[in-house]
Design a binder for this molecule. Sequence first.
Ligand SMILES: *Cc1c(COP(=O)(O)O)cnc(C)c1O
Length: 455
Amino acid sequence: MATVVRTCVEPALPCPKKRRLESEDGEKPRPWRIRLGERAKGIRNPIREIMDTIAGKENPAKPLVSLAQGDPSCYPHLRPSSEMVASLSHAVTSGLNNGYQPSQGSARCRAQLAAFFNAPSRPTLQPKDIFMTLGCSEALSHCIGALAAPGSNLLLPRPGFPLYQVLCDYHGVEVRYYDLLPNSGWQCDIGAIAKLADENTCGLLINNPSNPCGTVFSREHLVEVLDKATELRLPVIADEVYAGMGFARPYVSCASASAKVPILSVCALSKRWLAPGWRIGWVTVYDADGAFAEAGVPETLLKMCQVSLGPSAPLQAAIPEILTSVPDGCPWHRDVLAALEASARCCVRRCRATKGLEVAAEPEGSMYLMVRIQPGVLDVEDDVQFAGKLLEEESVAVLPGQCFLAPGFFRVVFAAPVEVLEDAWDRIEEFCRRHVRVKASPGPGPCAAPPEEVA
Ligand SMILES: *Cc1c(COP(=O)(O)O)cnc(C)c1O
């Protein structure tokens, strides 16, 4: 037996004193003194810190329009299908789904997901390759946690989803950023990936379709990135929560673009199925050369699943019907993509017509657009001030690029219907017109007049 019973004679550990009943100065009773967990205390979400400086500051005279929150279900035109809702409802009323499920998830649910996410160029996906999680966020946490060997680092996209950094900090993984290049349609800087990787790099995280860039990588670009990962022997964490959400270009999964690199793909019902509040997601293990199996990655993912015991049983029970009722290309899915595309086009058109703003690259999928604030045109210091003033004056909320490590940009969520977006862009345009920087002039005169005051 390897169990060591530590006793007070062991010199390495200070002997804890017996808990006292009275306070230090002898007065009774002793005060409560609650201490906090270092790891919990250390959690910092940069998005929240930036948002807290501008939150609640909207103009009380104008109704708030939020283009800030990445929740596709905010407006009624994007809703889970009636079949999805009926499946879930049945799973509850049947009375058959009140019990604990296996930690990895119900076998029936995983079998259906394995069939849905099978990549033809790879060995047939099995139920054992799927791990059910509480949304895509927990799926990401499990993947990063499983690869988080001491001293390791992970390559993350910049701009990128802020949760990646939060999870790396939590699991003690150093973060290194490779850039997505705005002038090349936000494609990955592949050269940077090669330069950043070292012996301690535990993986490459790819997010496609992208939050916040709205890009959908072409198969060719994905192949190039994955070839580099193969050459460098970097396993891939593929955040594919926007799978099936390409409208300007078909979505290609990492697993189907290359059969040579081991991939942990994460997804959820949150975006493509428009149900982030249902909190169900999964990890799909696409091994290559048996690399994950040899390292014990699946066993480690299972251990992580044994902590929360996975998503609720009715949701898991409903997954097979949900997946088969709204396949890619069904009318409901086509309508969702058509609505997103119309919204994206509206944003691009309005942005291009607004002085001081510029579309970096046209969105091809997901539900985001990155807008560049042209340097020197508007009298705002940076993207945080832009977002703050836009909210204060026009009650339009957008997220400053700094939330995604992209200063000089802001992110627009185009999950709102076109009428709402037109109203929001009227106000953004008005705001920019008011804030066009006044050219320096030799003295007071008509040219130096301040921009029109607003009521
Ligand atoms: C929304 C989102 C997630 C988190 O999804 P949940 O299922 O709600 O946890 C993960 N990654 C990206 C890129 C997202 O936009």
